[in-house]
Ligand binder design. Structure first.
Ligand code: ADP
Ligand code: MG
Length: 345
């Protein structure tokens, strides 16, 4: 379990509002849990009920770890599963939390892609709100890039990035923004990439422990994936929802690309305030020490562009990845990477 990057927390204003979610839920016919809005045009008219797993049916095993959600358990439900138990606030009858949860479950049930974690169902009866997915036996990419540096050759890195871009391209084609794309949310199983936790950010921020009043916990391990436009929203007092977009996912993909190349997060060991200050102004981690071909660094700079509309989409990223020179080894820098003061706005 790894919660170490959560130890160095600052508090950033985020007046968590469930308003938009509630409004959306209100606009649906939610009688009997039917979500017609989501099923429009679908003759099968799938209901959320079909994805409801009675809590009693789950065999809950060991704790795998604790994250922003609450606790993840290993479990059994027709085979090995991972169970994300949501630690809701004390007043578990909170309608906003349950609505947010159901809304995200409605979205999850429509995701089917080789590189996306398989969603199996959810427990939707309070106080037991949980998401049940397939269990990943592999390592996270976070661990992988840090423990297998010497083995990570350029062609392997490209294969990993291509699979991430494919899974993400699928999500974006379905108008699903990941909102929490990071190496800890990507598993590697025998070379296959499995992306997890897409679209769940609204649930996580409603969970107990992520908020203190209107403040949201920020950890350095999260900050380096946040694009300048998101970072700038952190600074606005009373800012409610962080407006994650497909382009903020692209920025996060850039950070993953950096991690694949260097084996570390950008702005390593810098305090959150300093990262917020720099990224918000368009200052990037310098690539001077990254020993990789020019095209490899160019891809990084494209994903990290200050203006969100200038960043490429995953289709274009896939094209760029395809053209990269494949054979060369990437070496991690032996000393800390310096900062550059370049702003491209
Ligand atoms: P984070 O993503 O920040 O690590 P999570 O709450 O998503 O936090 O996960 C907590 C722990 O559970 C992590 O160690 C994560 O790797 C593990 N985990 C999450 N989902 C699965 C899964 N489907 N299979 C196996 N382990 C998982
Ligand atoms: Mg996760």
């Amino acid at each position: 379990t790894n919660t170490s990057d959560d130890s160095n927390k600052t508090l950033v204003d985020s007046n968590t509002s469930e308003k938009t979610l509630l409004e959306r839920e209100d606009s649906m016919d939610s009688q009997d849990g039917l979500l017609h809005r989501w099923d429009r045009g679908n003759s099968l008219s799938i209901t959320l009920k079909e994805w409801d797993i009675p809590y009693e049916q789950l065999k809950i095993g060991d704790v795998i770890g604790t994250g922003r959600f609450g606790t993840v358990y290993k479990g059994i439900w027709h085979g090995s599963v991972a169970i994300k138990m949501l630690n809701m606030d004390e007043d578990t009858d909170n309608q906003a939390q349950i609505s947010a949860f159901k809304l995200e479950v409605a979205m999850l049930k429509n995701t089917r892609h080789e590189n996306l974690l398989l969603f199996m169902g959810a427990c939707m009866k309070p106080p037991h709100l949980a998401i049940v997915t397939s269990y990943c036996s592999g390592q996270t990419l976070y661990t992988h890039v840090r423990s297998n540096r010497e083995k990570l050759q350029m062609n392997k890195i490209i294969l990993i990035a291509q699979q991430i871009a494919q899974g993400m391209g699928y999500l974006h084609a379905r108008n699903i923004v990941h909102k929490d794309l990071k190496t800890k949310n990507i598993f590697l199983e025998n070379g296959k990439v499995v992306i997890t936790d897409f679209g769940l950010f609204n649930v996580t921020k409603l969970c107990h422990g992520n908020r203190k009043g209107d403040w949201l916990h920020i950890s350095p391990g999260w900050l380096c994936y946040l694009s300048p436009e998101i970072i700038r929203q952190l600074n606005i007092r009373g800012s409610v929802d962080l407006k994650f977009t497909e382009r903020s996912d692209i920025f996060a993909f850039g950070t993953i690309w950096y991690e694949l190349l260097v084996g570390e997060w950008p702005f390593r060991n810098q305090p959150p305030e300093s990262i917020i200050w720099q990224v918000g102004r368009g200052i990037k981690q310098s690539l001077g020490m990254v020993a990789a071909p020019r095209e490899v660094k160019e891809l990084l700079l494209l994903c990290w562009l200050y203006k969100m509309d200038d960043r490429p989409g995953f289709k274009q990223i896939l094209k760029l990845l395809d053209r990269l020179p494949k054979k060369r080894l990437v070496r991690s820098p032996s000393h800390p990477v310096q900062l550059s003061r370049s702003v491209d706005s």
